[in-house]
Design a protein around this ligand. Structure first.
Ligand code: CP
Length: 306
């Protein structure tokens, strides 16, 4: 079902397939920190990152190494032949001769799909501009499953809902689980109407507001995002919305006792550091869950059974 498959967008997956990946992640979680495995021994992962990353790149590398495989990296365009003008298609063809699977992050929307069309090894999209970042969505779902619940979920998505690629994929994936979704953002950063229309067509209850206090009391999950400064065509537009919301212990005073806060990270100033020590903060655990989820994805596309 997954062997040699490209992982490009959450829209390529059914709910049953997502559940299968999450179950495999649960089975592999003991290997994410302690137990040793040689499940991926002899396999090589190549990581091509044309944009900065900390979590995605390092958690893929950790996942590969913990399962006995190896990882090779291109971590900046300046240090590779991209600086000499090499086109992405040629790089993909060449790296496919060196590795069994490629993880690609690229600023151009659609680049991962294009790479998949010509690659002889599976491509895993680690972010294509404002497009998709499917393994982030999978680890978000896994975090919700492990730390809260996916059934009858009431989730608040807050922040940059226009440019945040993780939030679009997550909203789509949550529609497969019939979640109730509240959207909180400044008016300039509202979720694109085609995504909201799609959610409504799927029968999802979507509520939109500019004020967190309208929705925080009923939330099971508060999913916070960074304002994506690098995606604004006009820097002065960014200045108008920079710092327009910030989660503090004060803003959580009416929340449910078991409400969890998630954030794909990196954080800039959207969550006060005081919140980190509350029982609600799960964003660092969320970053850890990237390891078992990426272990699951790598082992599936490489056809290595647990
Ligand atoms: N969440 C995420 O994709 O983080 P990085 O940009 O550090 O990889």
């Amino acid at each position: 079902m997954f062997t040699k498959r490209h992982i490009i967008s959450m829209r390529d997956f059914s709910r049953a397939e997502i559940d299968h990946i999450l179950q495999r992640a649960e089975a592999l979680e003991p290997f994410a920190s302690k137990k040793k495995s040689d499940l991926l021994a002899g396999k090589i992962l190549a990581m091509l990152f044309y944009e900065p990353s900390t979590r995605t790149r390092l958690s893929f590398e950790t996942a590969m190494r913990r399962l006995g495989g190896e990882a090779i990296s291109m971590v900046s365009t300046e240090a590779s032949s991209a600086a000499k003008g090499e086109m992405l298609a040629d790089t993909i063809r060449v790296v496919g001769e060196y590795a069994d699977v490629i993880v690609l992050r690229h600023p151009k929307e659609g680049s991962a799909r294009m790479a998949a069309e010509i690659s002889k090894v599976p491509i895993i999209n680690a972010g294509d501009g404002a497009g998709h970042h499917p393994t982030q969505t999978l680890l978000d779902l896994y975090t919700i499953k492990r730390e809260s619940h996916l059934r009858n979920l009431n989730i608040v998505l807050i922040g940059d809902l226009k440019y945040g690629r993780t939030i679009h994929s997550l909203a789509y994936a949550l529609s497969l689980y019939d979640a109730k979704i509240s959207l909180v953002s400044p008016e300039q950063l509202q979720m694109p109407s085609e995504i909201k229309d799609d959610l409504k067509k799927r029968g999802i209850d979507v509520y939109e507001t500019t004020k967190l206090e309208d929705v925080v009391a009923d939330a099971d999950v508060l999913y916070v995002t960074r304002i994506q400064k690098e995606r604004f065509p006009d820097p002065s537009e960014y200045q108008k919305v920079a710092g327009s919301y910030r989660i503090s212990t004060e803003s959580l005073k009416n929340c449910k006792d078991d409400m969890i806060i998630m954030h794909p990270l990196p954080r800039v100033d959207e969550i006060d550091v005081d919140v980190d020590s509350t029982k609600h903060a799960k964003y660092f655990k969320q970053a850890f869950y990237g390891i078992p989820v990426r272990m699951a994805v790598l082992s599936l596309v490489l056809g290595c059974d647990v």
